[in-house]
Write a protein that binds this ligand. Sequence first.
Ligand code: OAD
Length: 241
Amino acid sequence: MIQKAIDILKKSRSLFVLTGAGISAESGIPTFRDADGLWKNYSATDLATPDAFRKDPALVWEWYHWRQDIIRCAQPNTAHQALVAMENRMESFLLLTQNVDNLHQRAGSRNILELHGSIFRARCLNCRATYAYGIEKMPDTVSPPTCPCGGILRPDVVWFGEMIPQDIWHAALAFCATADTVLICGTSGVVWPAAALPGYAQEHGSTIIEINLEPTPASNVVDVAIKGRAGKILPALVENL
Ligand code: OAD
């Protein structure tokens, strides 16, 4: 399977990559749906919906501050680094991530779009201004933080029941439609609209490679499904290109 993926990538001039929480798992950041995933231990309804924030903004911020602390201390891993090397080798490249952790950017990825926002940005509910937020640990964090305009700040991430940023989604679809190869890594493939991408790529004639610890709904439509750790498989692919 790895050799088949190497052969496909060697012939590729344009590569579209979709990543999920699994790619950051080896950096020590919890995923959502694995055995010890966040949604196994915390309620999405209480923490990641607009209603939850209206009801208890301090609780939601407490959870996001905790996640910021974990992510801030984490380092990009060999999977993030391998994607930087892949980007350098391709004529054209786009990385669409569902992750909010900034690790792809810290590793050095350049053509990257964040589908679900960033945990290190906050947005004002009143004036909609966005701010870099939480990159440095804040002593005695005020919860919920407020904007100079007086409005309450919320994490600038996409919550359940919210629209994803349409400009980002359309840019991703446009690139995906023309990509020779689509690489899907570390996502359970159950959250829409990202879950639509494997079928979309197939309809548009891309060759699709998946890397995951377990089979996903996408495994049925991909050309090559590699079972294994992203931090091991991705470097093995890049080394042989
Ligand atoms: P999930 O937690 O749903 O899926 C992570 C996937 O990564 C699983 O299929 C794991 O088997 C796989 N995995 C874990 N460790 C891995 C490793 N070292 N190498 C390769 N694969 C590994 O996370 P996502 O698919 O990213 O959305 O979840 C999608 C969205 O659901 C998230 O962005 C988040 C969540 O609710 C929002 O918060 C809006």
